[in-house]
Design a binder for this molecule. Structure first.
Ligand code: CMC
Length: 460
């Protein structure tokens, strides 16, 4: 057993005070430095643990591991605080537009009016897609999930901007960041238009980022399209609420992919793949499906009980978070926004009533209280998006569009971090020890009826 003892508390990112670990097997002790960021938890710096001691740490799911240092986003999960570059998410959602938040995440400060204008214009310069890239869509079935299309088309961007891309050059990094932020709404909207068999509308420079997204999603080439400012603002706020969230699965995926020096567009495609899962960004789609399945208030108790049954894989989608052990601050804004949007649009959505009832029942249920499971950002976002006219399959695409700035900001931050190295986790090996090779004629025979499930560990 290893015994870890804390020494004096460090006040800043220093390694003066640290920890001593003692290996009870050998009696040997090792000093490990401690690090404390400007805010947040104290850390044991184990980066030299293995080279100095030959000991590895084990942390599946990285619950206790800080994989990098970062100055972009701070979360206090116990207090339900989310700050981007020091600014609270609710203040940003109420006062900023998405472009401003993108600038903030990328460059560390809110833009001046001149910086904002330049940034807006530069993003508008990159919204068009190469005609060859547009041909990629026709390779997909019309019924393909738009997230599958996103993974493919965003990944394909790397083929268009690879040879001339030098990621060590600051201007090229900036260009890649602006380009990907600019193209995501076009790529996402075209995934939807393709599924409908409709023509691809051009992005239009007179519109803001969110107006453009709205226009490309919902305009009809046979008619003029009038922007509804309420809808555009709701989309903008939704994008802000999804813009970044520290070292979540998709951001860590982008960082890990990028740590090898890979093409940034390919790295963002890997982030999209990670986001798609129902435990991450795919939860917004899953919430609406779940509300549909629950159907009515009278069934809520049944589903709340199902979610508690250890033998039932069902979980309350949109509930729980690895970091938040109190209300997700994004969910608070999202819930308010949801009421506002439905009210302005004059929509009475029974799913909202069902969601509010479910939230109340779960928040008062001892299982959810004890495990600190609160609604997360995905709980209300789907209801807003369906009120705005987005089909369920596009919900995670919207999340991906909003999160792109977070991914690329972390990619950029990582590349200039002097401590950055290729990401290369280790493992706790449980397999066979070295054994002699067995020739085919000495391996015996298997019953063909056993099938593959045996090899895959049987039914789970
Ligand atoms: N419904 C029922 N039980 C739950 C839920 C839930 N939604 N979430 C966690 N639990 C239970 C879980 O069964 C476990 O119980 P036990 O300790 O008895 O085994 C305990 O709570 C801890 O759960 P965990 O899976 O170990 O926690 P995690 O930190 O690994 O997972 C999570 C976090 C978000 C994946 C999980 O809460 C979950 O699956 N939630 C539903 C999916 C969801 O809403 N995802 C969106 C996350 S927020 C948006 C984003 O950032 O992507």
């Amino acid at each position: 057993m290893l015994v870890i003892e804390a020494q004096n508390m460090a006040k800043s990112d220093s390694n003066e005070d640290g920890f001593t670990i003692t290996d009870n097997k050998t009696g040997k002790s090792y000093d490990l430095p401690s690090r404390t960021g400007r805010m947040g938890n104290r850390l044991i710096d184990i980066s030299k643990l293995y080279p100095q001691t030959g000991i590895l740490t084990y942390d599946p799911g990285f619950s206790s591991t800080a994989a990098c240092k970062s100055s972009i986003t701070h979360i206090d999960g116990n207090k339900g605080v989310l700050l981007h570059r020091g600014y609270a998410i609710d203040e940003l959602a109420m006062n900023s537009d998405y472009m401003e938040v993108c600038y903030l995440l990328l460059y560390g400060e809110l833009p001046t009016p001149e910086q904002k204008e330049d940034f807006d214009n530069d993003i508008k310069n990159h919204t068009l897609l190469h005609e060859q890239l547009i041909r990629f869509y026709s390779g997909f079935m019309r019924s393909a999930h738009p997230m599958a299309v996103m993974v493919g088309v965003v990944g394909a961007l790397s083929a268009f901007y690879h040879d001339q891309m030098d990621i060590t050059d600051i201007d090229e990094r900036r260009l890649a960041a602006h380009r990907i932020i600019a193209k995501m709404p076009t790529i996402g909207a075209y995934a939807y238009k393709y599924s409908l068999g409709m023509a691809f509308p051009m992005p239009r420079n007179q519109y803001t980022y969110s107006e453009n997204l709205l226009q490309m999603m919902f305009s009809n080439p046979a008619e003029d399209y009038e922007i509804n400012p309420v809808l555009a603002r709701a989309i903008d706020r939704l994008l802000i609420l999804h813009a970044d969230h520290e070292q979540n699965a998709s951001t860590s995926t982008v960082r890990l992919a990028g740590s090898s020096g890979a093409n940034p567009y390919a790295c963002v495609a890997s982030g999209i793949a990670s986001l798609w899962g129902p435990a991450h960004g795919g939860a917004n789609e899953a919430v609406l499906k779940m509300l549909g399945e629950i159907g009515s208030v009278k069934n809520i108790q049944k589903y709340v009980k199902k979610a508690q049954d250890p033998d039932d894989p069902f979980r309350l989608m949109g509930f729980g978070h690895r970091v938040y052990k109190s209300y997700d601050p994004r969910a608070t804004v999202m819930r308010e926004s949801c009421h506002e949007v439905l009210q302005v649009l004059g929509i009475k959505d029974p799913k909202l009533e069902l969601a509010m009832e479910l939230e109340q029942i779960a928040l008062n249920d001892p299982y959810f209280v004890d495990k600190k499971l609160y609604p997360n950002v995905d709980f209300y976002s789907g209801i807003i998006m369906s009120a705005l006219g987005f089909p369920t399959s596009m919900f995670t695409v919207m999340f991906a569009i909003g999160r792109t700035v977070g991914w690329i900001s972390h990619w950029k931050e990582m590349l200039v971090d002097d401590e950055h190295r290729i990401g290369r986790p280790r493992q706790l090996y449980l397999g066979e020890e070295k054994r002699p090779y067995v020739p085919m004629d000495k391996r015996g025979h298997t019953d063909k009826k056993t099938g593959w499930s045996w090899l895959w560990g049987g039914k789970r």
